[in-house]
Design a protein around this ligand. Sequence first.
Ligand code: CP
Length: 333
Amino acid sequence: MIGTRKDLLGLEDLSAEELVSILDTARTFREVLDRPIPKVPSLRGLTAANLFFEASTRTRLSFELAEKRLSADTVNFQTSGSSVSKGESLKDTARNIEAMGIHLVVIRHQASGAPHYLARNLDAGVINAGDGTHEHPTQGLLDIFTVRERRGKIAGLRVAIIGDIMHSRVARSNIWGLTKLGAAVTIAGPPTMMPAEVERFGVTVARSVDEAMEGADVVNILRIQLERQRGTLYPSLREYARVYGVTSERLKRAKPDVIVMHPGPMNRGVEIAQDVADGKHSVILEQVTNGVAVRMAVLYLLAGHKAQGEPPVENVPTEAKQTHGEPSLHPRR
Ligand code: CP
């Protein structure tokens, strides 16, 4: 089934088998990144366009690096300085980009569903790099990959996701992926930042951060998405930190070997205390490193079959080679 997709739009519509296939492929690319020359020719001859209609540091750099590590050509687009500022539509922008011979489009957009719209209208493979409050699938994948590398499994783990759940596309992708792979997910945060009927996502809603933290193997802390909030959803940042901030004191309720995650950018001293962000349980920078390998896996699985010829044997990760020619994540037309 993974071989019948052309796009990665979210984790909601992926099966557990597809998720595992991506995670396994990412592991082989993670090994590539530790080589003296961390580059393979898997996407030689292909061109990827990175369209970022919203600000990004990690995701944009990580995709560009992943594309370069796979020997693809890359072009980058940011709203400022583009003809979008003159009123050009998303569809016209994308059509013009595709007319230049682009094989893969990575898009971040403030509107939920923008990547789906492009996927329907472009022959190029489309990867969602974050759409509104909907999904951020490669962030979800890199979070799950980091947990799996640290714990050796996902099934049976207790994962606490803390913070602004309502506005978080990272939370949604994590919840879909983790629950499909058998983790028990508990969420906590201000009632004003909880989506209605959130239990239908298959999670437990804790009454407090302390309750969510109890016995957790993993604590994933979310940024307050100030840019997506209409009106004030909590009294003050100081009050938020007092009631919902993850401190080392609160962390004592989790398992002794708990891992602490944050997708970035962090509001230090608000949702996460300084000593937790930089402490012994933190794997926050490991998430960033793993993100490159995960994005290499997604790019490879979606477009490896379009690349020019088979890559040299010595440069191909074994498991990636096995999936070559039969991968990917959204129905190809
Ligand atoms: N995690 C994440 O999406 O970070 P950026 O906004 O910097 O890409």
